[in-house]
Structure formats: C-alpha cells, structure tokens
Design a protein. Sequence first.
Lengths: 118, 421
Amino acid sequence: MKYVLMFVGSSDDQDAWEKLSKDQRAVAYEAAGKWFEEHSKAGRLVGGAELQGPNTATTVRIKNGKAMVTDGPYIEAKEVVGGFAIVEVKDLDEALAMAKGWPAGAVEVRPMVDHSND
Amino acid sequence: MAGRRRRGAANGRPLERLTTTQTATDAAVSAVFREEAGRLTAALVRALGDFDLAEEVVQDSLVAALEKWPKQGIPEKPGAWLMTTARRRAIDILRRDKRYQEKLVILERSPLSPEPVEADDRLRLIFTCCHPALSQEARVALTLRAVAGFTTAEIASAFLVAEATVAQRIVRAKRKIVDAHIPYRVPEAREMGERLDGVLSVLYLMFNEGYLSRGAQVAMRRDIADDAIWLAGLVAKLMPDQPEVLGLLALMKLNVARSAARFDGAGEMVLLPEQDRRLWDRPAIAEGIDILDRAGAMRATGPYQIQAAIAALHSEAASWDETDWHQIMLLYDALLQMADSPVVRLNRAIALSHFAGPEPALGEVNDLAITLDGYHLFHSARAELLVQLGEPVLAREARMRALELCQNPAERSLLLRKLHG
C-alpha cells in the first residue's frame, strides 16, 4: 500500500526556518536526512522531495475552459506543505510509525489511490 | 424538567414504557447479541477478508433478529441463526460483485457456526474498532455495533443523536478502515501500551456516557454502562496479564455498585455525601475490590487502578465524614504524577477541603479558574466551598454559572434545587 506523507508546518514555522543560521539548518537537515536514509535502506521509500516556500508557488486554475494563472498557493492557509515522501508499506500502522519518527512539525498521512484493480 | 422532556423528544418518536415480558425477552436478546455479534463479525472478517462487508451483514442479521425473535421466540441455536442470516445477506450483496463466484467459494468454505476454534478473534476486532486513526465518536459507535451487537438505532438513542448521524459516522469509519488500510490485527508489543490505552479510553467514555444518563429513565432495551462493563470484562478475559484493564473493570464495577443510591424515589439525583449507603450493592463492591487486588498483585500501577482505589475508599467508608480523605488525596497526587490534569487537581482540592478545611481548598480551586471556566463541576465545587466559608452570594453566582454550562438533565435539576433551597 502506498501512502504520501506530507510534512506540514505553520507559516510561523516557515518564517522561523528562514531565520535560522546555516549551522542550525545543517542540524535540521541532518535529522531529516537520517530519516530518509533509514527508510530508504529499509526499502520503504518510493520518492519524495523538499519543496520551496509557498511564496514561490504559482497556481493554475481552469475556469470556463481557460487557464488562469495566479500568484500564490492554491490553499491560502496558515499551514504549508514543506515537502513530501511517497512510501510503500504494509498498512496504515507502518505509515504512522514512519510519520512518528519524522523530526519536525506535523505529518499528514494519505493513502494513494490504486487503480491497478480497476 | 424541561431538560427531561427534551431528552425524550430527541429520538423524534414518543417513548414507550416496556412491559415486563418485553423486558425479559429484550434482556435475553441483548445477552445473545453480546455473546454472538463480536464472534460472528470476527469469523466473517476472517472468512471474507472484508471488514466492511462482514460488519454490515452481521448488523443486518441483528436487525432481522429484532424483528423476528420477539414474535417467534429466540431460536434454539441463536448464533447459528444469526450466522445463516448474515451469510445469506453476504451472498445477496456479493451477487452484485463482478468477482462473485470467487468470493462465493470463500464464503462456502467459511465455518457455519461462529464457535471459536482458535484463540478469540474478537480482540483483533476491538483493536481495529478503537484504532486511533478513527474519530472518538466513530470508535465508540463501531465498537458498540461490531463487538457488542448494538443496532445503529440503539446507539443513536443512547447518545441522543439522530440515527442518520450514527449511520454516517459508521460508514465513514469503515470506509477509512478499508481505504487507508487500517490493519485488522492486535498491535505488536512495542505499540501495545499506547493502543491499549486507546481501547480503555473508548470503554471508559462509553461507560461514563451510559452511567450519567441513567436514572433519567428512558425506556431503552440496553444500558450502555452495562455493555461497557461487559466489554471491559471481555478485554480482561482476552488479555489477562494487563493490570490496567482490570483497574478499569474494577472502577466501573465500584461505580455501578452505588447506582441504586444515585437517584431518590422522585427520580432526583443524589450526590455521594447524601447517598443512603445501605442501598449500595455490597457484593458488587467486594467484587470490584477483589478485581482491583488482582490488578495490584501484578505490580504495575496506572491511572485506572488509582481511580478504582479512590472509588474503593469511598465504597468502604461508613459515611461521607468518615472517608479516608488523606489517603484519597495521596492517590490524587499519584494520579497527577502520571498525568497532570485540571480535573484531577479539582478533585484533589475537594479531598483536601475535608481534612484541611475549605479555605486552602478554595485557593487551589481558584487557581484552576481559567482552565476550567467552561466546566460545570468546577463552578459547583467552588459553590460548595463558598457555602462552607459563609459566602452565600458568591456561592449563588457560582451555581448560576454551573447551571448555564450543565447539559445533563439530572444534574441540572439538582443544581436548581440547590439554587432554590
């Protein structure tokens, strides 16, 4: 079963992150890097990425058959998705165990739709 | 009294008094449902590998039994009757499935009778129904339905919510179990502590809900508090080496043992200090204490055992004044060390007032004013202390505030009497 783990933080977290020194960021990256390395070795990781901030987001909407391009993220919220991982595990409990080990912020766990049996 | 009328109307239909024969049949039917529903669901989940379908067809068979049994009598082998009805229903549903033949073969191979051959499967069922990824309301409803054999309508009337709301909760929860692959298994040892806590909190919530609504007697076929005790007993039987399960069971039994004294002849609520202790069920108290001793012998204390120990001290006291308040306060201290909670602090302050006087207790209660401002029992407790300190005006204000916040009809009626008396 594949799940997407979305690493979420508040916009305050995001601001705090921007203000960190290089060394401080290195420490945080190391913890996240360890997490990716461990699960990658165990064969649970399918993919993932760290995303740049919501200030870099552009949204495309289709309205009346026309594409509208606007500045900013689709969901204007205090919480932002900072990155994600696609994992392949047996069940939700295994995915939750991975999420519990993530070093910072909240993690939203969502199962991926599987069309192979359609 | 207005509260009670509202309560009756919540189901959208008038309440009927049950006749004695109806009650006897109902009790027998409930006993059968309790014993069979969980086993049946577990057996069908195993056979079909489909939690949603298994749970659905068992529910259908219970509803069918409720229609037929009161008229035709309970069949000789009620478990087999329910299993046959559930299987027939499953075949009906599967007929519409494109993999019908394949699934039919599996169903044909499934055992005809829900007799457990191997270890009791209901534990898996309980842990799945109480999975932390489901909402608390869904956990309660699903556990009552799948494990204890409640119908959706009964859950709705017990919790005073619309039947459609309960049905919706169950549908959503089951969809999530299937779609998100919530596993159907007993958790591994390393996660057992946390997951068992989750199960126990569902059972305790169920118990409190049922216990509080007792007395404001609504004709109901089943009593949620009794079923919560039955479920805790089942978990205790299936996991005999878990002292906190026994602690919760003891706590429930000790509370229920006092229930005959909780309401007077006019149906009004009577609080612990004024209760007629001769009405307490002594054998039930002895049983509760015995269960607590068994838990204690395992030498791993926990919050439910401590709360049961507090209930035991109340049960053993000859009167309110002769209660061992000092010991009770020490137990609340122990509870606070495990999990700090403002409600526990409030209870500790009440114990303190009985041997150190109302003044230091009021000081501690006032410290909780911000966190517990929305909790009616905070204002009630404060009012009691203010009365003792000779502050009737402030006491009245506190009671008014408690009344504003209190939803339970029996508790409201008690507050009104205190305000006017």
